[in-house]
Design a protein around this ligand. Sequence first.
Ligand code: ADP
Length: 426
Amino acid sequence: IGERLYLGMDFGTSGARFALIDKQGNLHAEGKREYPEYMSGDTRDWVSSWKVTLFSLLEDIPVHLRSLIASMSVDGTSATTMIIDSKSGDTLGRPFLYNESCPDALPVVKSIAPENHTVCSGSSTLCKLVSWWNSNDTNKGSVVLMHQADWLLWLLHGKLGISDYNNALKVGYDPELESYPSWLQSQPYSNALPSVIAPGKPIGHLKEDIAQKHGFSNDCMVCTGTTDSIAAFLAARATQTGKAVTSLGSTLAIKLLSTRRIEDARYGVYSHRLDDKWLVGGASNTGGAVLRQIFTDEQLEKLSEQIDPSEASPLDYYPLQTAGERFPVADPNMMPRLLPRPGSDVQYLHGILESIARIEGKAYSLLKDLGATPVEEVFTAGGGSKNEKWIKIRERVLGVPVSRAIQTEAAYGAALLALKGVEGKI
Ligand code: ADP
């Protein structure tokens, strides 16, 4: 008789991962699968490849651990949308991918939604639904919209039409009122909207045939999921307000846990609900992509070693790949500023890292000015998080403790939701 374990599965842009944890958050197994390249005619058959990947991941879990799994959850890419026949469970048409745009639906959506609402973007889930609705004549009476994570979870528990309020934000669900707004409820497709509960809530037991076939417990609970970027935030375990995660990948994205909900379309700032708190996010176009244009990763490491992070660099840059910035400065015409370049590459890199740190600092102070909880501690994810000197520079510039997040995998965050679903708090 072993301890209870909790399974998280992450369906990201390039592949899927699983993480298996115990109540203390210790990792017992993890794994990764690429999506198989199934085709349906000329287009990718995502439905089949996601489904096959889901069951491949279940098969990848060590056999002796499967019966110990008390619960599972799944995160998926945000705004990846599927239209399902609610009688047969069949997918009607191919899924709309997270980054797909439906410009045909945008004017319609803009005419019904409040100005600057999150749904007023061509790639929002609502635009995808409206686009599907307006270009299909059949089956409209019995359709239900499901996000990628909802659909994968449905394969596991068998109840159609259930979502979580993180995934449902971009279809227009209001997580504060805990309902769809009236302008949405009055639309002809409102019956297609899924019912919404909090992320990390039990939905139902794992289907019996799946449990039996793969050796899972009959009591294994399937819990609501979230989006991939929120799952990655959860992985860092920044559970108190004032804690934040800066992601230093190709671009710089920040997420701050706040007592107040902040929305500001000018800066592309919006909030997701996490229980009684708000996860405020914003993304800058600066970040590691620019570093990679100038230095190799090897050079970055070597040059960084020679930087003295206790000294402020006088060089003031605004590293961008192309013109245009959204947050913390809203200026679509902002030009990249990477000159003058000093003779020393160490000084140049120091100046760039310091400048990105100043942009990060400006981002957190803008969120504070907009009414968010002031930042108290920053965890870091992404390729830039391994740079110890940069962490020291950022600590000096931000004036708060900065460290590398121990866990950054979205699958780990999904596992925490599974844990929460059956054990309460995490
Ligand atoms: P993506 O957003 O593409 O997933 P990653 O999280 O993989 O990005 O991070 C890649 C970025 O990390 C690159 O743009 C690179 O410039 C940056 N990077 C890699 N090594 C270092 C380093 N030692 N110091 C600072 N940045 C680094």
